[in-house]
Design a protein around this ligand. Sequence first.
Ligand code: SAM
Length: 262
Amino acid sequence: TSFGFETVTESEKRERVAGVFSSVADSYDRMNDMMSLGVHRLWKDHYVSSLNPGYTPPGQAARPQHILDIAGGTGDIAFRHLHTAHVLNRNPDVRVTISDINPDMLEVGKKRSSILPASQQAALSFLQANAEDLTGKVADNSMDLYTVAFGIRNFSNMPAALQEAHRVLKPGGVFACLEFSKVGNALLDSVYKRWSFGAIPMIGHLVAGDRDSYQYLVESIENFPSQEDFRQLILDAGFGVAGQGYEDLTGGIAAIHRGIKP
Ligand code: SAM
């Protein structure tokens, strides 16, 4: 695993990631808006609406669903799942578990969830766990949908996390990942790199008083595999992918990958 120019071990990476998210937990939501100029909200909306949780095909009875939102942090994805399923798709039998390794991030998520309608709060649970090892915490073949947004690049062992995703999903269950990715267009890439390497650590310094954590976040994006390489990791974990297997957002600044457990 490489962080900039250094090479670090898995356990060093784990400790470092824990430190980063504990120190950014309180400023995390505000910083996301500033760093992405609000665009992360549009990506998250598109991600969840394209997964369409709780959807019932015409003429069928509504089915209960259990969604696991891994690295769920402060709840952005889980809250969207609940809104789409309960309100837009009128399916109250959709439950969401927010799981994260970091108790400080989960604590912010719990606080934020207090403004949700009571029925949505009742359908929400929190689980502190390492995505690379969910044994004893999430049963085999128990989940209908596994989501991970802007989380997997922080994992020390991505193949282990993908295997766990495969284990906990039911046959036919869907793995869906939203993550920063590689920009195809050279001009957009140079503008984006200037922004991320120049402005983001500076905003982190000025707004959150924490340049190093935001510097780490930018480097972790740089070190994440390309769309094609990540697709291969999903296949290696035993998932099937339809067609190209991913969708680029904003020219590849982010991408959505999907796999189906056979
Ligand atoms: N999904 C949320 C969102 O889109 O706003 C939060 C994303 S945040 C950038 C990344 C999250 O990954 C942090 O909350 C961090 O604690 C969590 N994380 C890092 N390593 C993890 C691991 N091994 N297992 C589970 N969560 C992890």
